[in-house]
Design a protein around this ligand. Structure first.
Ligand code: ATP
Ligand code: MG
Length: 582
């Protein structure tokens, strides 16, 4: 049988393994994957967001890497290994030394030269490309590596899901023109689909924002899980639209606004500051209210964003507005008071003294309520165009379930996901700033067009567990399990027969290339069963006196609820067939 990962030792004895499992749920772990990784002894924490992978954990990590490597190689990408430590000059050249912010770990060497610990490698690879690639004939080319990154995340959490040091597969492609980039991007997309399918994960490919990396088109690979940090909008229509909620646009209302019917009225609302309080006090639905959020402007000062009371601000959309500072920063209560003469809680668009953007949905309201820009008062019966001039309409909220798909062919629902991969069409963002060009057919220098393609190798392990577990522990998709089989002899120290049979099975399975863990510990059966389930090994064989008397072994598939009895003589054959079936 083909060995799943030629770099892993097929056989291992549990008695030689010094890291113990833990019964209690560790207090510091909020999500199930983090809890189970600690309990099963796959990782150990060194510092915030920094983890050691134990031998068991590393086996799964290596399997993820092997699948990624195979598919990258199949797609024609070339493996490289770039340094973690990168000179500041390159980051200054690309312009990201100033732009990247505090996630970038900067340090000085003994000569007071500045360096960064790479959070990503566009600069380094573009530097390699500009030195090595001279002619369009050398293109297209795709370089990838599997390597540790450091990002000083503001909130490292969920174990290796959002670490500070983590392992990424990052790939960068170089092309002579945009058409070639599109082909290269499509090939990577296909390779990613193959990888995540092979790993047995349930995932969606969604449109995404390009964020700090820059560039044009981009898609994320999201593993679906309720605990996921990302919200994704998925259409139920034939358009199959799916996008990160950061990006999913809302459409301007399809019908014209209703006519005004109520007079503008100022209502005392003492101590009613939140939307929920004001709505209850005025006996209105929150959707009949307009709320105002003040953010810092791109040229200093503050800018107001108006949304319907029941809607959420979308920070990614907001920071793309010309007048709004990027990254988005909420105005402080002091700045708000200085700019509007009113404290937060009573703000509204009528008589406002700062620039105003209004979300489509808020602009569609007639006879709405909002703050009166005076402490303790709100207005009711407010109407755009009548009580204040028609403001600038923008899309600045998160889509909500039931919103139309942006293609118009379906309705959106919201699901949660874990971003395990992200692919970008970068264009010339880095080749331009770092001046990476080749000579084209006519002998003219042209900037190379680039794509970049990331995968969170360590995050995948956590995501796989989020999606595959039960009350007893991890339930690995077979291709990611640290071992394929756990072999449990019961009371082998008291039964020579059990001992001999277990050892011979262990040797035979190992010889057949099966990754088998022999639980030869001097422990109670209950402990062994619990640990095997916690560790999530797909196939379990128990060797016991009673079974041997009847010429049988006990088998259990990790997902199954009952044992099977197998004749000893054909057990290996049956097991190999089961493993092949997945
Ligand atoms: P996120 O939005 O989760 O911060 P990102 O957009 O910053 O991710 P990329 O720069 O696209 O991430 O990095 C490529 C991949 O690396 C991501 O798709 C993700 O799987 C992984 N990754 C990013 N940040 C972390 C982290 N702090 N810990 C573990 N994996 C990470
Ligand atoms: Mg990030």
């Amino acid at each position: 049988m083909a060995h799943p990962s030629p770099t892993l030792r097929p056989r291992m004895r549990w008695s030689r393994y010094p890291i113990t499992t833990v019964k209690e749920v560790p207090a510091e772990a909020e999500v199930i994957s983090h809890q189970l990784m600690l309990r099963a002894g796959l990782i150990r924490r060194l510092a915030a967001g920094i983890y050691t992978w134990t031998p068991f954990g590393l086996r799964t990590l290596r399997k993820v890497e092997a699948i990624v490597r195979e598919e990258m190689d199949r797609a024609g990408a070339l493996e490289v290994l770039m340094p973690a430590v990168q000179p500041a000059e390159l980051w200054q050249e690309s312009g990201r030394w100033d732009k990247y912010g505090p996630e970038l770990l900067r340090l000085n060497d003994r000569h007071q030269r500045s360096f960064v610990i790479g959070p990503t490698h566009e600069e380094v690879i573009t530097d390699l490309a500009r030195r090595e690639l001279k002619s369009y004939r050398q293109l297209p080319v795709n370089f990838y590596q599997i390597q540790a990154k450091f990002r000083d995340e503001i909130r490292p959490r969920f174990g290796v899901m959002r670490g500070r040091e983590f392992i990424m597969k990052d790939a960068y492609s170089f092309h002579a023109d945009a058409a070639s980039l599109e082909q290269g991007y499509a090939a990577m997309r296909e390779a990613y689909v193959r990888m995540f399918t092979r790993m047995g994960l349930e995932f969606r490919v969604v449109r995404a924002d390009t964020g700090a990396i820059g560039g044009s088109a981009s898609e994320e690979f999201q593993v679906l899980a309720d605990s996921g940090e990302d919200a994704i909008a998925v259409s139920d229509g034939p358009d199959q639209y799916a996008a990160n909620i950061e990006l999913a646009p809302t459409l301007p209302p399809a019908t014209p606004r209703a006519a005004a019917t109520l007079p503008l009225t100022k209502v005392p609302t003492p101590d009613q500051k939140t939307i929920a309080d004001v709505a209850a006090f005025l006996a209105l639905e929150p959707a009949r209210l307009v709320k105002l959020l003040l953010v810092e402007g791109s040229e200093g000062g503050v800018v107001a964003l108006a949304l319907r009371g029941d809607h959420e601000l979308n920070a990614v959309k907001a920071q793309k507005l010309a007048g709004v500072a990027s990254p988005l920063r909420m105005a402080t209560p002091e700045t708000i008071l200085a700019a509007t003469g009113c404290e937060p809680g009573y703000l509204g668009p009528v008589g406002l003294k700062c620039p105003l953007y209004v979300d489509y949905a808020a602009l569609a309201l007639a006879d709405f309520a909002c703050g009166a820009n005076e402490k303790g008062y709100h207005y009711t019966g407010v109407n755009w165009g009548r009580d204040l001039s028609e403001p600038q309409a923008v899309d600045v909220r998160n889509v909500v379930p039931g919103d139309p798909s942006p293609t118009g062919a379906g309705c959106l629902s919201i699901r949660r996901g874990i971003e395990v991969g992200h692919i970008f069409q970068l264009g010339t963002r880095y080749s331009e700033s770092l001046r990476a060009s080749v000579l084209d057919e006519a002998g003219k220098a042209v900037l190379m067009t680039m794509g970049c393609y990331g995968i969170g190798i360590t995050r995948i392990v956590a995501a796989a567990i989020e999606q595959n577990h039960d009350a007893a522990g991890i339930v690995w998709p077979a291709p990611l399990a640290p071992f394929q089989v756990v072999l449990i002899p019961l009371n082998a120290n008291r039964s020579e027969r059990v001992h001999v049979k277990a050892e011979s099975l262990y040797a035979e399975l190992g010889a057949a290339g099966v990754e088998v863990l022999l639980d030869d510990r001097d422990a109670r059966p209950g402990v062994k069963f619990a640990d095997a389930e916690l560790l999530g090994i797909p196939h379990r064989i128990v060797v016991a006196e009673r079974g041997l008397d009847a010429g049988r072994l006990e088998y259990r598939q990790r997902r199954a609820s009952a044992n099977e009895e197998w004749p000893v003589d054909s057990a290996i054959e049956t097991l190999l067939a089961r493993i092949r079936a997945g």
